[in-house]
Design a binder for this molecule. Sequence first.
Ligand code: SF4
Length: 228
Amino acid sequence: MKIGGLIKFSLIDFPGKIAAVIFVQGCNFRCPYCHNPELVDPKSYSALIHEEEVLDFLNKRRGQLGGVVITGGEPTLQLDLLPFSLNVKNMGYALKLDTNGSRPEVIQALIDQNVLDYIAMDIKAPFVKYFDVAGVDNFADNVKQSIEIIKDSALDYEFRTTFIPGLMTENDIVEIAEMIKGAKRYKLQLFNVDKKNILDDNLRGNAPSQEEIKQFEIIKKKYEKDFK
Ligand code: SF4
């Protein structure tokens, strides 16, 4: 595994669990608002953390941490994601995967092997806008397939969208709600311009106006869904 970062203790990344968060290096998307350019742009890659070091840490924290989140970058690009996940699972941890949904066959394999407890999948935009919002095209079929695999699974899951004022509208969220119709959980977050690291420099300093924040809160209230 190419591990570019590790948060040893998080209360916010895995619903209901105290978790460690593992950040993998490498992504096949180029979302302009990405807050982890050092995991996405090879020019900004930071030094890798040895996998053994991470496994050793997890081994020592058994009983103190309840879960492990594998995020990125895009974890499903890692060739040894399945054996690594099995290793973590065998230590007794609940495992959460964060994914952009581009590799449904990997998601399916992880589900088939019973290594996952929770999946969070980004729905970047309606398919016609993927290029604007995620910097890629031609992933519609894969993303559709991933949505269906996740909805049909017995796992806890959430779909989530980062709302970027100026680039997205309420209609986009209506379309996304249709794409994931019947899903158990849908979360919306506003693009956070305050983060130091953003993949596309042009977005830096582009803070949403008070009016845009208000509009977002209305959209969030209307379209978010939680386990019921
Ligand atoms: S936000 Fe986009 S570019 Fe950044 S890691 Fe996630 S999918 Fe990749």
